[in-house]
Design a protein around this ligand. Sequence first.
Ligand code: VGL
Ligand code: ZN
Length: 190
Amino acid sequence: MELDKKSALIIVDVQRDFCPGGALPVPEGDKIIPALNEYIKRFKKKGLPIFATRDWHPEDHISFKPRGIWPPHCIKNTNGATFHPDLKLPKDVIIISKAYDRDKEAYSSFQDTELDKILREKGVKRLFIGGLATDYCVKNTILDALKHNYETYFLEDASKGIDAVKGDVEGAIKEMVEKGAKKITLKDIK
Ligand code: VGL
Ligand code: ZN
């Protein structure tokens, strides 16, 4: 398929804390970076918008133990919350910060952000979404994208999941596809 002017790339939460050595590492989370850099290159070449979302928690966020299930991670303005240094984000990347409210979890990049508004202003209709983690923020972002009626593609070769319970990632992909997302890899687009 050919990328057209209604397409946008959304890179979900490729932050140090979600990569090996970070506070909440996704197994092999950093392995998707070369593929993401290639997607970035292709979108950039066509002048298409590129978004990078980031988990942006206060230090006492509800998702952190003991209130929640996760170790503290992606605390705003800390090193762990920065994008992975190998990710080649363009200068004009649009950054979307999410889950910044102390008492509210927000796995979806659409939740309490300007993402939908910005996409609408730009006339975007098709979203290409990948990143970390497949079974949490990527899944919830994709399901919300479908609810907002975007034609939604899941970047199979540029996403990794936590799989806390074996089968979580597989189940997440199945759910996204059942609800209308299309799986693609680099070889499917030009
Ligand atoms: C995420 C767990 C906790 C994610 C964020 O980005 O998928 N997962 N916070
Ligand atoms: Zn989080």
